[in-house]
Design a protein around this ligand. Structure first.
Ligand code: T3D
Length: 263
């Protein structure tokens, strides 16, 4: 029996999802897409899950689209690559970006093409020092997808975004941290523990406030100051009447650690 393309495990309040096609650097087949989307939906629906970690098995994080999968890559046969994006990558990027809990990418090795942008869709990206990020699309005649066209300029500015996307060079993890593409680069042997600790820390924070923080930051990027202030007021109105806010203030006054429960 062939191995499952995605491994799912839960530790305390953290759901760990491991892309598991190491022989092909965890590149995406239709089956992996289906399992990852389902696992993210399951995590979103499970009130016991308060953070998610996505990582890869073996020496790679994810090499993007599996270029050997005839269902997804069929050059010369009239396959509509746009339809592949609409069917698989659009729901994946939107799902990660709308999770009710924080998502950590633990980038254990090379992240290329849509694999790089899956990582960048996540809220916090921690990478092993030997890992790298490659906007591989230009090398096969495509544009950055899985949200890359939107994420890259926002993360590192237009000049660097265009340089990374047009040249498709390998960006080492420590350089990715230096230019603000990712949150943190750690020594290889520290990655699993660092990502797990970060996820546990996020899991103890008020989930709904964190999800709203992601939303207002994303939406503020496409509005003016007045619009951003409106977004902030709307979010505070929602959060200010929720139990986590009362708990946070009560814990502050009592000088104790808050116990957050909202999602
Ligand atoms: O339908 C659509 O196509 C639209 C969707 C587009 C989304 C995208 O993601 S487009 C971008 C697709 N990805 C790429 O172009 C990256 C291709 N891979 C590479 O450039 C290199 O493999 C890496 C730079 C990522 C890593 O290089 P290296 O030297 O460390 O490893 P390798 O030897 O190239 O790869 C190891 C194995 O993984 C190898 O298999 P083998 O020879 O040992 O049996 C290689 O063929 C396989 N592999 C790597 N990437 C892919 C892959 N197999 C299928 N698809 C891949 N993307």
């Amino acid at each position: 029996m062939s191995e499952a393309p995605l491994l799912v495990a839960t530790e305390a309040a953290v759901r760990h999802l491991t892309l598991n096609r190491p022989a092909a650097l965890n590149s995406f087949t239709a089956a992996l897409h289906a399992e990852l989307l389902q696992a993210l939906n399951d995590a979103a629906a499970d009130p016991a899950v308060r953070a998610v970690v996505i990582t890869g098995a073996g020496r790679g994080f994810c090499a993007g689209q599996d270029l050997n999968d005839p269902a997804m890559v069929d050059t010369g046969q009239g396959l509509d690559v746009g339809a592949v994006i609409e069917r698989h990558y659009r729901p994946l990027a939107l799902r990660v970006r709308s999770m009710p809990v924080p998502v950590v990418a633990a980038v254990n090795g090379v992240a290329a093409g849509a694999g790089a942008n899956l990582a960048l869709c996540c809220d916090l990206v921690v990478a092993a020092r030997s890992a790298s990020f490659i906007q591989a699309f230009s090398k096969i005649g495509l544009v950055p997808d899985c949200g890359g066209s939107w994420l890259l300029p926002r993360l590192v500015g237009r000049a660097r975004a265009l340089g990374l996307a047009m040249l498709g060079d390998k960006l080492p993890a420590d350089e990715a941290q230096r230019i603000g593409l990712i949150w943190q680069c750690v020594d290889d042997d520290e990655l699993p523990a660092a990502a797990a600790a970060l996820a546990q820390r996020l899991a103890a924070l008020p989930s709904r406030a964190l999800a709203e923080t992601r939303r207002v930051l994303d939406e503020a990027g496409t509005t003016d100051l007045a619009g951003a202030l409106t977004l902030e007021a709307q979010a505070q109105r929602l959060l200010g009447s929720a139990p986590d806010f009362a708990e946070g203030v009560a814990a502050f006054k009592a000088r104790r650690t808050p116990i957050f429960k909202d999602r």
